[in-house]
Design a protein around this ligand. Structure first.
Ligand SMILES: [Cu+2]
Length: 150
């Protein structure tokens, strides 16, 4: 029995063992004149190796960038990231005031209840398309406690 299991494991390429789970994705509903929206989620990496999100795409936007919000000298800034890095056997939290996926150039402002299909591209792993629900910001803040501005 033991040798059978070992044989099966040997047939799996290493990359097939890495798995990224996208947990609780959401986009806060924005005013109708918003030029950009942010998407938040938790990215969980079950694999033994670091996983990088290198790109993202969704229909209905001009461009999508990977961002990090930081506060420097009391000023909020967003810094474009080349990749979002999910530690091996760990997770990366995308949340207001931190990392996020920036949806820029909104064609039709989505409303609470809408769903945005967001494709995440990973280095060395197949892309994943995630259904991201649009939610009222106040509703999410009730669930997860106070959050600071994006
Ligand atoms: Cu941003």
């Amino acid at each position: 029995m033991r040798s059978l299991l070992l044989a099966a494991a040997l047939f799996l390429p290493l990359s097939a063992l890495a798995e990224v789970k996208v947990i609780n994705p959401w986009v806060p509903e924005a005013p109708p004149n918003a030029q950009a929206l942010a998407a938040f989620m938790v990215l969980e990496n079950d694999g033994e190796q670091v996983v990088k999100v290198t790109n993202a795409w969704a229909p209905g936007f001009d461009t999508i960038e990977l961002h990090r919000s930081v506060e420097e000298n009391g000023m909020h800034k967003m810094i474009k990231q080349d990749a979002l890095i999910i530690p091996a056997k760990g997770k990366l939290e995308l949340k207001p005031g931190g990392y996020h996926v920036m949806l820029i150039g909104v064609h039709n402002p989505p409303k609470a209840g809408d769903v945005i299909p967001l494709r995440l591209d990973f280095e060395g792993l197949p892309s994943q398309t995630v259904e991201v629900p649009v939610k009222k910001r106040a509703e999410m803040m009730k669930q997860t406690g106070p959050m600071h501005g994006h």
